[in-house]
Design a protein around this ligand. Structure first.
Ligand code: PRP
Length: 214
């Protein structure tokens, strides 16, 4: 057996999909990991240790090398801009990043945009040649246009249910999002056999690239 791989796993909705993919790839993950509140979980059967992180922090743990690899959404990678290798598009947890507004929204001056992704939003509007004030929020972003904090929001859309329930409309889709496998640059060299073996196994069961496109 090779060295133990430290894997930063995103807690919450991506975790379940990632665990499912690992299991399909024949990697043993005990069922009780899914609902545990434990944050560091040794999985000797898989020669791994899971580090259960807040999704937005996964690239930080990987960049600093306290996790060798990690699973994280492309949205977080684009927002955080960390120095890590992006090894695989796992094709899971598919959704999109969009500009959203109330149906009667009209362009005007001094526009405010609320988002959990201030870097992504600022970059997008700069590229569009639009001057906006970006307001960072940490969740329930859809509230902002409803109660007058912002004209538009930049947020993730998965099923579209949150928009529907709040009477909002998607004005533009900025990019598609799937989860990625990332690696620390040093770990990628030092634990190359283990990481490569995992990639090979995951690649066999990942959704096809066309299905992963969004
Ligand atoms: C995300 C996102 C949207 C919603 C989109 O929020 O920010 O609000 O999911 O999903 P849907 O299109 O399937 O409705 P999340 O549930 O992560 O919670 P948050 O409001 O705390 O960001």
């Amino acid at each position: 057996m090779g060295e133990v791989l430290k894997v930063a796993m995103p807690k919450g909705r991506i975790y379940k999909k990632a665990a499912e993919l690992f299991r399909e790839a024949g990697i043993f993950i005990p069922d009780d990991v899914d609902d545990s509140r434990k944050l560091v979980i040794p999985i000797p059967e898989a020669n791994m240790e899971f580090i259960m992180a807040k999704p937005v922090d996964v690239p930080t743990y990987v960049e600093y090398g306290v996790a060798d690899i990690g699973i994280v959404g492309k949205d977080v990678l684009l927002e955080e801009n960390r120095d890590v290798y992006e090894l695989l598009d796992l094709g899971i947890a598919r959704c999109r990043m969009s500009v959203i507004a109330l149906p009667d929204w009209k362009p005007g001056i001094h526009l405010r945009v609320a988002t959990k992704y201030p870097n992504v939003a600022a970059r997008y509007f700069r590229e569009q040649g639009e001057q906006v004030e970006v307001i960072k929020l940490n969740g329930s972003i859809e509230l902002a246009p409803l109660i007058g904090l912002a004209d538009r929001i930049v947020d993730m859309v998965e099923t579209g249910q949150t928009l529907k329930d709040n009477g909002l409309v998607e004005r533009e889709s900025i990019f598609g999002i799937t989860s990625r496998l990332i690696a620390n640059r040093v770990s990628y060299r030092m634990k190359n056999d283990e990481i490569q073996q995992l990639c090979d196994r995951l690649e066999k069961v990942m959704p096809s690239p066309s299905a992963a496109r969004s």
